[in-house]
Design a protein around this ligand. Sequence first.
Ligand code: SF4
Length: 189
Amino acid sequence: MQQKNRYIRLAADLQSDSIVDGPGLRAVLWTQGCAHHCKGCQNPQTWDFNGGGLVEIDEVLKAIDELEYQTGLTFSGGDPMFQVEACNEIAEYAKKKGLNIWVYTGFTFEEIMKLNEKNPVYREFLEKIDVLVDGRFKIEERDLSLLFRGSRNQRLIDVQKTLSSNKIVLLNEYEYNESKYFERIPMYV
Ligand code: SF4
């Protein structure tokens, strides 16, 4: 019998070579399914909740094992929050392997905390995330000069500081760099 939540619906295989979905060389998990339907979305093919393909989570974990030089894993889509259980499991694994975690979502941080009132797995997922890029893409606020996001309403949230202080703390990019999230810490030095 298949276990529950052991599959994730993906739009593509794990991408291993992104330099635009967060700092450094990153892997990207393109989740399938998004209900936000933002005007001007770059990936409308990822909206369909029956599109893409169902992939065993263990297959994703194996692909993560094969990463060598990547500093982090980014969850994008689609919207990873629609498959929060699976993403939480994958993030837990990636985090233990030393990858930093970025997540792109159309929900705002505040909306996710509301969802968490009904299902605490949202917070469990947040506890593994370094940076959340939150909010829907708003074409009227589109700005090509923004770092790692498409429209001005979207925020780069330092999730751990936000959770511990109970107020939104935006990413301090200098501190983030200094704390070497951009580099993978060598296992043996
Ligand atoms: S949240 Fe992201 S994937 Fe979903 S419609 Fe908006 S831009 Fe597209």
